[in-house]
Design a protein around this ligand. Structure first.
Ligand code: FMN
Length: 224
């Protein structure tokens, strides 16, 4: 009988000990879970801080991009508005500064009459030394990349574009010509630029129609 009591007591002790053991293990696990959760929370916070900081850096780099966008200028001459419209699209796409080359003496319809050999435009295009005056001061210093736009006159760039090139220091800058025309290509004018203004990094440029999507495809392909 006494032996039976001792055995029962031992069993009770074992059961209690086992219960306490299981509880301790559970408590320990919970602690681990909690501390893991804390670690995870901390990590989450760290990640959050990191991603906030990263966002700030991204915002900074967006600002950087805006600043570099300001290093782009779209400088153009347009007598009847076609090239101006295209230049406006390029401004929208690049965020660059839009600058018009304004002739001191504006071109009248008579001046632009290409059926008349004595019209001002025709005479200028036939005179290799013609450099029509520009009314506004154009500061190209802040820009690394310049889109240069003009209409084709008698297969070439209007002489006022040469006035602009003669008066500007574009050394080392990238200049991207673009033109509008009835049908003539841009190539003759760009060859002239490349041969006569050799310190400029000339791109081949493009003759553009007035379709915005064409302008967009071209500008995107340039990656500036
Ligand atoms: C004096 C003069 C000469 C022109 N010569 C040509 C030419 O040789 N080839 C051509 O395709 N278009 C020629 N054109 C058409 C213009 O290039 C075209 O209309 C251009 O888009 C006008 O641009 P703007 O409106 O920006 O001035 C000439 C236009 C003028 C006024």
């Amino acid at each position: 009988m006494k032996t039976k009591k001792i055995i029962a007591l031992v069993i009770v002790i074992i059961v209690i000990a086992a219960g306490v053991g299981i509880w301790l293990i559970n408590a320990n696990n919970n602690n681990n879970l909690n501390s893991n959760a804390n670690i995870n929370n901390n990590k989450y916070e760290e990640n959050n801080v990191a991603s906030i900081e990263e966002n700030a850096v991204n915002e900074d780099s967006t600002e950087d991009r805006e600043i570099s966008d300001n290093n782009i200028a779209i400088i153009y001459f347009s007598a009847t508005g076609t090239t101006r419209k295209v230049a406006g699209y390029i401004k929208e796409l690049t965020g660059g500064d839009l600058i018009e080359i304004e002739p001191k003496q504006k071109y009248t319809n008579d001046d632009l009459n290409y059926s008349n050999n004595n019209s001002r435009a025709t005479k200028e295009q036939n005179d290799s030394s013609a450099r029509p005056e520009i009314a506004n001061t154009i500061d190209t210093d802040p820009y690394d990349v310049i889109y240069l736009g003009y209409p084709i006159w008698w297969g070439n760039a209007p002489k006022i574009i040469l006035t602009f090139l003669d008066e500007s220091n574009l050394s080392g800058k990238t200049v991207i010509p673009f033109c509008t025309s009835g049908s003539s290509a841009i190539t003759t004018s760009v060859s002239y630029f490349k041969n006569n203004y050799k310190n400029v990094n000339w791109l081949d440029g493009r003759r553009l129609g007035s379709s915005e999507s064409e302008v967009k495809d071209w500008v995107n392909s340039l990656n500036y």
